[in-house]
Write a protein that binds this ligand. Structure first.
Ligand code: ATP
Length: 408
């Protein structure tokens, strides 16, 4: 059977993955076999999410009725019902649900009724609390079919330690990344000298190590010095796989979905208030704004190098009519040519236009010139892929150390 759970936490505490790890141990204690624990990230643009829009699924051998009852009991025991936005859902299914529902939940939006219809048709056991929204994530988790897979070991502290500073040795985290990258990633951000894998939120996660295989994450984990976790769980995940991306074209982007979209830079990059950088691309005469926000740090320096005529692939979520960049591919570079009125060869002042197709005229001495001053600025950027740093990376975004996305 597959057991799915979602929406048990609140900004004040708890974490659905912790609840799932505790559930896995209770199932084992009740003589069931847990074959796999899956951490399923869903559409990162869903507004109801608490943090990273995660749901969990456990692949279990045992009595489904007992498993359903244990899962419901643990939700009643651990979920943070005090928060208005916490609406848990539990699903137990003995048949495979259509993975199209997962695809929709990771790339788009779903309705509670759609989840309920799917569950009823499949004859699944399910229970929703409050407005039942958690059934969307729980259903998507059990319907999930990953086209690519990564792993994360999450270590947890007792939830009662919520407000206490996490004791994780910083040097050991840098050493772990140094020894295991690129087989693990996003433990730290070397360029910005920031620890990434230790959360600052009041949930039970102590730290998490993401990587290509259970053995690589265990090597990294063994190097980390910290307070003693109460539980450690290896999750099979869709993190770092770009599962949220759809192919898109400038005119067809819809709010709250994430895309790979190819276009030619039309409006050059401009830094706006707050240090955010914006520019526009065009395909088939439709223009789309792209944004590199301040938290993307040095990635903005790459973006600032773009010039009109560059052909790029922009990758990111389409929100408030902009593609919020997660990465870009510079497919081909335009020449950075600047044309302006020439300097007068007689009096050395800058000439001005003498009118359309009439060349230039010196307003000081009256001299004329047919030719504009053309300068070419050498490009300092190369074709290829560029990505935001680990501190700004979304859970689902595939790091370039894992390979490059398809070009649309
Ligand atoms: P955490 O990461 O700590 O587990 P969270 O960020 O996963 O928290 P939730 O508390 O699970 O956030 O809230 C997300 C809510 O959005 C859930 O009720 C889930 O069922 C719902 N949801 C997830 N994906 C979609 C979607 N594509 N369309 C509509 N609702 C969704």
């Amino acid at each position: 059977m597959l057991i799915g759970v979602d929406d048990t936490d609140s900004p004040k505490g708890m974490c659905t993955t912790y609840l799932g790890a505790v559930l896995a141990r209770r199932l084992i204690h009740n003589h069931m076999r847990v074959r796999e624990a899956r951490l399923v990230r869903l559409n990162p643009n869903v507004t109801f999410k608490t943090r990273g829009n995660a749901a969990i699924a456990l692949d279990v051998e045992g009595d489904p009725e007992q498993a359903f009852s244990l899962a419901c009991d643990i939700v009643e025991e651990l979920a943070d019902f005090s928060c208005e936005n916490t609406n848990p859902g539990v699903v137990v299914t003995e048949t495979h649900l259509d993975p199209a529902f997962y695809r929709q939940a990771v790339t788009d939006f779903c309705e509670i009724d759609e989840a309920v219809n799917l569950l009823e048709t499949a004859g699944a056991r399910f229970r929703g609390w409050k407005n039942w929204r958690g059934l969307i994530g729980a259903t998507a988790a059990v319907a999930s079919l990953f086209h690519d897979t990564t792993y994360e070991i999450l270590t947890y502290r007792d939830p009662s330690r919520g407000g206490i500073k996490r004791e994780v040795d910083r040097e050991s985290l840098f050493a772990a990344e140094d020894s295991t990258y690129p087989h693990t990633w996003d433990t730290v951000d070397f360029a910005n000298q920031v620890v990434v894998c230790v959360p600052h939120t009041p949930d039970p996660v102590l730290f998490g190590i993401r990587g290509e295989s259970p053995s690589w994450i265990m090597i990294a984990r063994s190097l980390i010095v910290s307070e003693k976790p109460v539980i450690e769980q290896i999750w099979v995940t869709n993190q770092g796989t770009d599962a949220h991306l759809l192919p898109g074209t400038c005119g067809s982007l819809r709010e709250g979905r994430s895309y790979r979209v190819q276009g030619i830079v039309t409006i050059p990059p401009k830094t706006t208030i707050g240090g955010h950088v914006s520019f526009s691309i065009c395909d088939n005469s439709t223009e789309t704004r792209c944004m590199a926000y301040e938290p993307t740090k040095k990635f903005r320096n790459i973006v600032r190098e773009l010039v009109p005529g560059d052909r790029i692939v922009a990758v990111g979520s389409y929100k408030k009519e902009s593609v919020n960049l997660e990465k870009i591919c510079l497919v081909s570079l335009a020449r950075d040519i600047h044309v302006k009125a020439p300097v007068c060869s007689i009096c050395s002042s800058r000439m001005t236009s003498a009118g359309k197709d009439k060349g230039f005229k010196c307003r000081k001495c009256g001299a004329r010139s047919k030719d504009a001053e053309v300068t070419e600025i050498p490009r300092t950027i190369c074709a290829g892929w560029y990505e935001v740093p680990p501190t700004a990376r979304r859970h689902l975004a595939k790091p370039l150390c894992r390979g490059f996305p398809d070009t649309p």
